[in-house]
Design a binder for this molecule. Structure first.
Ligand code: BGC
Length: 454
């Protein structure tokens, strides 16, 4: 979502990458690459896939015999079979039985979002548009737990999902976003949260996770899939020059570690947020990102419930763009499929057999932005591809809607404590209310611009 600082700094070094020997972590080859194919001393040009070779420090380059990067089209490595010793001790009856957690499950519809949508549709006077708007209530999104006082609602949803499961015989899957880190949203302001590191933040966060887990373990027959902490680890890859992020680094890592371990022990399938193509998809960011995600995965015990990464959460990129948007400025990973195909093999090399989910909830229209780093209420956005496991890629478990379209990204009111000037840029829809609250005018545009149409 929020990546403009990183984007600009990378654009600034691109000419250097093209003229001289490529620096450590720089690109050094791949289809369409016209820059240097040699690397500075101490690093080795390593082919990661047909499209991308990178200068990897000699100390970090894997020995040739252990290089197991799958080609983008190959089947990703499978996770452990259920019942093996690596499964968490309190594994519910449904262990990590499938490569794809969605297979055989119906996604439970968030009543919270359905209610927002129904109210939004009821406020539309045009009958045709209102009917289309109302149909969005039947499309599954993730439910965000962005404050501790919402954790009790998870129990209500799980109980409801369990009773649907019992009455219909159709297994239910509940999709949640874990989003309450202390000093949250460290490189932006719009989504600053309730906990502060300086004020007992880590203990408060662990309590928040414990509250979620307490609900989840009451309903072991309902499957839960979680997106873990949008923006947090990506900020640790590119935004440590921001003081708030640097201060938060240790705490973010400790909190994410706690979340992953506790959720895995409760049988929750997790996907860590991995920004998007225009953020960690820049060639210089791919390997540092993969190293961080793999390290976090290993530190959390390499649980088979830690499935992989979520990309494009609350962003606007296409999964597969018809042509690169001009704002992508020559990034070979100009859409999510290129990003995933580049990142997946590096993760596998680092020992993390990750698969992906991709948010397409607001990606129906393309070429809307002035800058790729713009993330706030982008004008003219439309609902995108419907959630499906028919993804066209063995690296992608599901196309999903993570950001509930119609909920705001951030306020345009400059006197708000959470005002971020990104929300007043010319490509941001205004006036906009506080992040997470309903933005009716924006919802109506998402409906009318939906692609495919509603
Ligand atoms: C907001 C959250 C909200 C989420 C989903 C974020 O930008 O900060 O409060 O739950 O978006 O709409």
């Amino acid at each position: 979502m929020k990546s403009s600082a990183a984007l600009y700094s990378l654009l600034a070094i691109l000419p250097a990458l093209i003229n001289a020997q490529s620096p450590v972590w720089g690109q050094c080859g791949g289809i369409g690459w016209s820059g240097s194919t040699s690397c500075v001393s101490g690093s080795v040009c390593t082919e990661l896939n047909d499209y991308y070779s990178q200068c990897i420090p000699s100390s970090a380059a894997p020995p040739a015999s252990t290089s197991q990067a799958p080609s983008p089209s190959s089947t990703p490595p499978t996770t452990s079979a259920p019942g093996t010793s690596s499964a968490p001790s309190s594994t519910p009856t449904s262990g990590p039985t499938a490569d794809n957690p969605w297979t055989g499950y119906q996604v439970y519809l968030s009543p919270y979002y359905a209610n927002e949508v129904k109210a939004g549709a009821a406020a539309i006077s045009d009958a045709t548009l209102a009917a289309k708007a109302a149909s969005v209530a039947n499309i599954p999104t993730f439910t965000w737990f962005d404050t501790i006082n919402k954790t009790g609602d998870l129990g209500t949803y799980l109980a409801d999902a369990q009773s649907i499961q019992q009455s219909t015989g159709q297994k239910q899957l509940v999709q949640i976003v874990v989003y309450d880190l202390p000093d949250r949203d460290c490189a932006a302001k719009a989504s600053n949260g309730e906990f502060s590191i300086a004020d007992n933040g880590q203990a408060n966060y662990e309590n928040y996770i414990d509250q979620l887990v307490a609900q989840i373990t009451k309903y072991p027959d309902v499957r839960v899939v979680a997106v873990i902490e949008p923006d947090s680890l990506a900020n640790l890859v590119t935004n440590l020059n921001v003081q708030k992020c640097a201060n938060a680094q240790t705490t973010y890592l400790a909190c994410v570690n706690y979340a992953l371990k506790q959720l895995s022990a409760a049988g929750v399938y997790s996907y860590m947020d991995a920004g998007h193509a225009g953020w960690l998809g820049w060639p210089a960011n791919l390997t540092p990102a993969a190293q961080l995600f793999a390290q976090v995965y290993k530190n959390a015990g390499s649980s088979p419930f830690i499935k992989g990464l979520a990309t494009n959460v609350a962003n606007y990129n296409a999964l597969s763009a018809a042509s690169p948007d001009p704002i992508t400025q020559g990034n070979p990973n100009y859409d999510e499929i290129h990003y995933i195909n580049a990142l997946g093999p590096v993760l596998a090399q680092q020992g993390f057999p990750a698969t992906f989910i991709v948010d397409q909830g607001r990606s129906g229209q393309q070429n809307l932005r002035q800058q790729w780093g713009d993330w706030c209420n982008i004008k003219g956005a439309g609902y995108g591809t419907r959630p499906t496991t028919n993804t066209g890629s063995s690296l992608i478990d599901s196309i999903v809607w993570v950001k509930p379209g119609g909920e705001c990204d951030g306020t345009s009111n400059s006197s708000s404590p959470r005002y971020d000037s990104t929300c007043s840029l010319s490509d941001a829809d205004q006036p906009a209310p506080e992040a997470g609250t309903w933005f009716q005018e924006y919802f109506q545009t998402l409906v009318s611009k939906a692609n495919p149409p509603l």
